[in-house]
Design a protein around this ligand. Structure first.
Ligand SMILES: Nc1nc2c(ncn2[C@@H]2O[C@H](COP(=O)(O)OP(=O)(O)OP(=O)(O)O)[C@@H](O)[C@H]2O)c(=O)[nH]1
Ligand SMILES: [Mg+2]
Length: 403
């Protein structure tokens, strides 16, 4: 494993261009933000973004996703700069991939493939590896093309770290066999998980959920004094981690889970069944939000939608706004700019104070919302207290006599 990592990082960085086809209702600001996120995903996977292409269309082109004029424009740039891959902000149909590949003769990567690639890099346990591999095979099955096979052998790199080049080049039947084999392996893991969960029966379970890169693992480490990998990249965590935490004599299990992201197909998330089970079986969800992110409200909506998709929308939630250190820093800058009259003509405005935000969210959710900084340890005691209060409540509801 370590050896392979070393090999990957020592490779020259791959280059990419990004392509988005926003509908007419999407604002330019949103499009830019979404592309920022896609560039961050590409960077996490190890590719440097050289240019972004945007084409506003009612609906993506059925054949080639973008119109033929745009395709020519992209191709000219790709040729001129020797770009390694074209990354699309949406999922492409197998035939779209084939058509675009035929024209461009470079790697075509869509959003799911990029995310799967990051998952493959990040998976640590045998179970997570098997889950990612399963998702990759399912993704690849309808997309096995000659060019793909050819390129993967030649180039390797992003989108090609998949289930091994040798398998891709063989026919679909072998891939299908591989899928059934993995399914059997995953079943065994699930049986083990089930046994583990039986052993944990009775103890209150809390799951950290949220958009990717919001600070779930950092908070997990802080609350459970463990050492889960946290880093400023997307999807640092792919495996579920569970730790026992005791707050003022009240024990509970805390689990860290894979982050959510917009446009993540539920089918793809579904292959992370063990992580999702941690969420589905939790008594309380701690929804962590990166309040310093300009689109944090969109992120909250994405997480709520995803929770709905995995049938976990009706669970009690404690909303935790993290990174207030960064939020306050940004606000300070905005206030300074305002005082200096620097942003009169721009639409830039100062974000609300933490107190105002708190009032808004508490009114909206009818429940306490916490505002913390996991790295600067701000309001962590208050969070611990609230967490303990909520856990104790659940515990006593379940065991009324055990006071
Ligand atoms: N400024 C600031 N940064 C933070 C805070 N909490 C976490 N971070 C940083 O945010 C980045 C992401 O943190 P993680 O804990 O890996 O986030 P995560 O939600 O587990 O991310 P995934 O596992 O990728 O979904 C890291 O660089 C952290 O150091 C905070 O309170 N303030
Ligand atoms: Mg994490």
């Amino acid at each position: 494993m370590a050896k392979q990592k070393f090999f990957e990082t020592s490779k020259p960085q791959e280059t990419a261009v990004l392509v988005a086809v926003p509908g007419y209702r999407q604002t330019d600001e949103q499009t830019e933000e979404y592309l920022d996120e896609l560039a961050f995903l590409a960077e996490t996977a190890g590719a440097q973004t050289l240019k972004r292409f945007v084409q506003k269309l009612d609906k993506p082109d059925v054949r080639t996703f973008v119109g033929s004029g745009k395709l020519d424009e992209i191709q000219a740039f790709v040729k001129e700069h020797g770009v390694d891959m074209v990354i699309f902000d949406d999922d492409l149909s197998p035939s779209q991939v084939r058509n675009i590949e035929r024209e461009m003769q470079v790697k075509i990567v869509d959003r799911s493939l990029l995310i799967l690639d990051i998952f493959a890099l990040r998976a640590k346990t045998a179970q997570a590896h098997a889950q990612v591999e399963m998702a990759q095979y399912q993704y690849l099955l309808p997309r096995l093309t000659n060019l793909w096979t050819h390129l993967s052998k030649q180039k390797g790199g992003i989108g090609m770290k998949g289930p091994g080049e040798t398998e891709i080049e063989t026919d679909r039947r072998i891939v299908r066999d591989k899928i059934s084999l993995l399914r059997e392996r995953l079943k065994k893991f699930e049986k083990q998980n089930f046994e583990q969960r039986k052993a944990r029966a009775g103890i209150v379970r809390v799951a950290l959920v949220g958009y990717t890169n919001v600070g779930k693992s950092t908070l997990m480490n802080l609350l459970s004094k463990s050492e889960v990998f946290a880093e400023n990249k997307l999807f640092a965590t792919v495996d579920a981690t569970v730790r026992k935490v005791v707050l003022d004599n009240v024990p509970f299990l805390l689990s860290d889970t894979v982050g959510f992201i917009r446009k993540l197909p539920t089918k793809l998330i579904e292959s992370f069944k063990s992580t999702l089970d941690e969420i589905r079986e939790a008594d309380l969800l701690v929804h962590v939000v990166d309040v310093s992110h300009p689109s944090f409200e969109d992120h909250i909506a994405v997480v709520n939608e995803t929770l709905k998709d995995i049938n976990s929308a009706d669970k009690p939630v404690l909303l935790v706004f993290n990174k207030i250190d960064e939020y306050l820093k940004q606000r300070e800058l905005e206030l300074q700019e305002e005082n200096q009259g620097m942003n009169e003509e721009s639409e830039h405005h100062v974000r609300p104070s933490i107190e105002d935000l708190k009032a808004t969210y508490m009114a909206k959710e009818h429940a306490p919302a916490m505002f913390i900084s996991a790295t600067d340890r701000l309001n962590i005691d208050a969070l611990r207290e609230e967490l303990q209060r909520r856990v104790a409540e659940i515990h006593y509801q379940r065991y009324p006599n055990n006071v």
